[in-house]
Design a protein around this ligand. Sequence first.
Ligand code: GAL
Length: 423
Amino acid sequence: MWQGRIGIAALVAGAALVAMPLYLPSSNDAGGNDQVEVYSWWTGPGEEDGLHAMVGDFQKRYPGIRFVNAAVSGGAGSNAKAILATRLLANDPPDSYQRHAGLELADDVRSGKVEDLTGLYREQGWTNVFPKGLLNKLTIDGKIWAVPVNIHRANLLWYDPRTLAKLGISGPPKTWQDFLAQAQVIKAKGLTPLTVGPEWTQKQLLETVLLGQLGADGYERLWTSPSSWNWKETLDALEVYKKVLAVSDIASSAADWQPQVDRVLNGSAVYAVMGDWADSYLSVTKKLAWQRDYAATATPGSDGVYDFLSDSFTLPVGARHPEAARDWLLEAGSTDGENLFNPLKGSVPARLDADPAKYTGYLSGALAQWRDPKTRIVGSLTHGVVADNAWNAEIDTALGLFVQDGTVDKFARTVAAKYQETR
Ligand code: GAL
């Protein structure tokens, strides 16, 4: 069974790219509840520390269950999602897998791939410990389908304050127009204004430019009224995106988000747009000090807006170890599990009762903002909240062409049309 999986994985993503799972389930695995295979893309620096902390707690609580880490490397699930899709199609699911709250999860529900967890929520009293808005993103047809571990923020601009000081720049840009003006100064000094990584990071940059240019209402309209992709203000925002890309290192873009952020650290680039998993990489892996060695602020034009995503875990239909998977979900949804996971993951807890004292540096401000009723919350495109998988995949294809040919109206028309076609 396992051999078959590796064969499919290699075909899908190219074996060289894919990290092999750390512990293989026994090949004659006949079910039972002595192990749990958990699937994520949290491998490597800035990704796995939080997972390991939560797993450590899980193993203390459930010493009889062997944790099988089936993580597949690649930022934003760039390899993991394709392999998971083939496993789900072959009715060969892991015991629990990572999914984003929102429309990414809805696809699995509609195709009958995940179990209804409403009973577990009722039994654990969980409907009172997670924010209502988040529960809405996990609820489809009146039932709840996954357990959230965290809240990440996607609209952040990372930089090294010492680089700004050296360049005589008084602070990070407040609008994308400010950014483009700063970019001229930065380029004149021989540095790269903005560093990007693989395509998903370019997409996350796109969502933050759209958010900054259109405002939160205009950004949300793109997902609820896709014809607004063809409006003049959207086309103008896409022109800004083109200009932003033109002052980036897209021609020699980094292979993943960590090497992207490294270019800010080594001073060759000044800014990077990245989610707050970068905080874990910078503070936990690199042991750098918040505000002294690195800093982050809302991406231009998005102050006061939290472009959120939430990692959650599912119970797949046909999981071979459903009882052990349930125990894993109890860990993921527990106060202790979340408080161990999040400070090392660079995210704030999904639970409302987590202890703020455990969140320091960047995370202390993030938690305060997340909990501030004045903060405007919108959902991330790149990380599965606002568009379903079919439309998102079409947006990926169109974006790949757009960054090559720069034809704004063709891109906008395609994105709007693909929404209709994928209904
Ligand atoms: C996101 C995920 C985060 C982090 C990031 C970079 O999709 O939700 O937890 O892993 O990708 O890989």
